[in-house]
Design a protein. Structure first.
Length: 401
């Protein structure tokens, strides 16, 4: 009996935050596989989840272009940013990647305070896309370093956020608890004729026990006291937005995706943006030009990856979405991770058959981030050697039987 070795492998990963984009992850995994199975047929399908690298990936996939812009960064200083103009759309379509203007990567470690960071640069990118002639704008939500409810973005678009004294409030989520009114009359009139869609994780809501401040605030540098301050401020913000825009406050507080990117979802939903589950928009709509289901159907094995596999992975992350589709097609799934965290075993119920971490010895985070490609390639090689060992044992037992 011959050894059963996968001949067609699909590599469909997410990026590793602050280390590798999805294309770099896919390349490292493919290189590791080829060290073990030199003649294997590998299809790479790096996947965008709305976070870092989304604009560049979609520009490349559609024959579009990146448009550079300098905008206000999350801590208030100018940053070099960009948006994409797609090449395959029937109407002029831009992709604004919020992480390119307000991502956690742009917040220096010593300044990580989501009470002060702003999404103003995201609004400036939306204006730049309108200047470029965009009639449809897709905003990729993910990897944010903010928790301002989209207040900064709305201000860039012409809104005003006022305190009890009628003066403009400071930037950042910490100030929202002192907000008394939101004025939307100054919004750029071009917004009314533009279709704005947010590609986001629908599990993220603005308020409540699983609200964005409580779930993601600590990851962005918030203390327990700041988490409560931000939560109360976002509750107040939702009501003020609802009053100003004539929409449901309950929807803004707990509607699917309203907590995306520190509440940017709620802020833009209040002015008419559509909140769309990211994989519906980035995969099933054809926007990215990737037929993931067809790739899965043609594979013997699917390899996916992300920076951390833990209890959050089944809640709308790339590996879980890949596994859901692969499970439906009867294709096994291996997931590689920069780290394996709390309740990682929950991913097995989501269709991931096996998981493997890439860090072989204790090391500090900065080292792991800097050496991400090497660690991933070597971990892939180790994992596939174990896979071949299992295949050899199975073949041996089959001959003995």
């Amino acid at each position: 009996m011959a050894m059963s070795i996968p001949q067609r492998i699909l590599v469909a990963p997410s990026g590793f935050k602050e280390s590798l984009d999805a294309a770099e992850v896919a390349a490292a995994i493919a290189a590791g596989i080829r060290r073990v199975i030199p003649g294997v047929h590998i299809t790479t399908a790096p996947l965008s989840d709305g976070g870092e690298g989304t604009a560049a990936a979609l520009a490349c996939a559609t024959g579009g272009r990146l448009v550079p812009r300098r905008v206000t960064g999350p801590v208030g200083d100018p940053v070099d940013s960009h948006f994409a103009m797609l090449g395959n759309a029937g109407r002029p379509t831009a992709v604004v990647e919020m992480a390119a203007a307000a991502g956690l990567r742009l917040v220096p470690a010593a300044l990580r305070d989501p009470g002060r960071t702003t999404t103003r640069g995201v609004g400036e990118l939306i204006l730049a896309a309108l200047d470029e002639g965009a009639e449809r704008i897709v905003v990729g939500c993910g990897d944010s370093g903010t928790s301002d409810g989209g207040a900064g973005a709305l201000r860039a678009l012409g809104a005003r956020v006022l305190g009890e004294d009628g003066r403009e409030l400071a930037e950042g989520g910490a100030a929202l608890g002192g907000a008394a009114a939101v004025e939307l009359s100054g919004l750029d009139p071009r917004l009314a004729a533009c279709r704005i869609e947010l590609a986001l994780n629908p599990y993220n809501v603005l308020c409540g026990p699983t609200g964005v401040a409580r779930v993601f605030g600590p990851q962005k540098g918030a203390t327990p006291e700041q988490v409560e301050q931000l939560s109360l401020g976002l509750e107040q913000w939702a009501q003020l937005l609802a009053d100003a825009a004539g929409v449901s406050a309950d929807y803004l507080r707990t509607g699917p995706g309203t907590g995306a990117s520190g509440g940017l979802g709620a802020g833009l939903a209040a002015i008419g943006a559509s909140l769309v589950p990211r994989f519906d928009l980035l995969l099933d709509s054809g926007l990215a030009g990737v037929d993931l289901d067809a790739h899965i159907a043609g594979a013997d094995l699917v390899v996916t990856a992300e920076g951390a596999i833990d209890f959050q992975t089944p809640r709308g992350k790339v590996p879980a979405e890949v596994a859901r589709r692969a499970q439906a097609a009867g294709v096994p799934v291996l997931a590689l991770a920069g780290s394996i965290g709390k309740d990682a075993a929950d991913v097995h119920a989501a269709g991931i058959d096996a998981i493997a971490g890439i860090i072989p010895v204790p090391m500090d985070l900065d080292h792991a981030v800097a050496e991400g490609a090497t660690l991933l390639r070597e971990a892939t090689e180790r994992t596939f050697r174990v896979l071949l060992l299992g295949s050899a044992i199975s073949s041996r037992l089959g001959r003995v039987a």
